[in-house]
Design a protein around this ligand. Structure first.
Ligand SMILES: *[C@@H]1O[C@H](CO)[C@@H](O)[C@H](O)[C@H]1NC(C)=O
Length: 269
């Protein structure tokens, strides 16, 4: 199932509409001292490929965060995150990722981009199917979360999720615990978006899970080739994780005091 068309066919501005705009395939989110802004999808989805082209806030963006994520609702919610933490001019953004299952998160992994994410649009994709969640930056997989539900590790496969993006003031935590404050003389901060494409299984009410999970040609994302990464993609991911990964919760012995979450002991691809 491919859902295409203009931004406004698929999303609406849910915050800060006085200074953000959407036109054709373009969207701009703005943050100034009056407020940030955000969008959300009109529909919700269960599995598929959620693709967004984003050009992040340029220059001194320290304290700003651009979030792009999938989330269900309710207190046992599932959520799959990309967050882009701004930095002072000339210093790298941080690509922050996380996943919540049944209301529990705490699975952060962070990366430096290997390119300037403010110079041009880059494609950020969350590829989500019954077997695996893959975070892609352009064509490069940077992270995998596999379904080990049969071994007692919760996996997001029973709640539909909406797509959200927002640009907001996070200077109380994003800049190493609030060390650097937003420099408002640089406002307005603008993040640009293009070509939102949820190639995903729409969930408009009481659709059975099987309808989106069934291995049918319509549910292209369930094909075997999407169940795991190719050797080429694994190699690229190894390269990113070796050279650009700056935080991995599965390596944070101090935080977990040796009691790592179960998935940290499982192969992720
Ligand atoms: C900004 O850049 C500095 C220096 O490279 C780095 O230590 C820091 O983690 C970066 N990110 C943020 C959000 O400050």
């Amino acid at each position: 199932m491919v859902i295409n068309g203009a931004f406004s066919d698929n999303m609406y501005i849910n915050w800060g509409s006085h200074h953000s705009w959407m036109q054709g395939n373009d969207l701009q989110l703005v943050l100034d001292q009056s407020s940030g802004s955000g969008v959300q999808s009109k529909g919700t989805y269960l599995f598929g490929s959620i693709e967004m082209q984003i050009k992040l806030v340029p220059g001194n963006s320290a304290g700003t965060v651009t979030a792009y994520y999938l989330s269900s609702t309710g207190d046992k919610h599932d959520e799959i995150d990309f967050e882009f933490l701004g930095n002072v001019s000339g210093q790298p953004y941080i690509i922050h990722t996380n996943i919540f299952t049944q209301g529990a998160g705490g699975r952060e992994q962070q990366f430096y981009p290997w390119f300037d994410p403010t110079a041009d649009y880059h494609n950020y994709t969350i590829h989500w199917n019954p077997n695996v969640v893959v975070w892609y930056v352009d064509d490069i997989a940077i992270r995998v979360f596999k379904n080990y539900r049969s071994q007692g590790i919760p996996y997001p496969n029973s709640q539909a999720m909406g797509v959200y993006s927002s640009l907001w003031n996070a200077d109380s935590w994003a800049t190493r615990g609030g060390l650097v404050k937003i420099d408002w003389t640089n406002a307005p901060f603008i993040a640009k978006y293009r070509n939102f494409a949820p190639r995903a299984c729409p969930w408009d009410g009481p659709v059975s899970i099987n309808q989106c999970a069934a291995q049918t040609p319509d549910n292209w994302y369930t094909a075997r080739e999407y169940g795991q990464l190719s050797y080429t993609k694994q190699g690229q991911m190894d390269w990113v994780r070796k050279n650009y990964m700056i935080y991995d919760y599965c390596k944070d012995t101090k935080r977990f005091n040796g009691q790592f979450p179960g998935e940290c002991f499982k192969p992720q691809f």
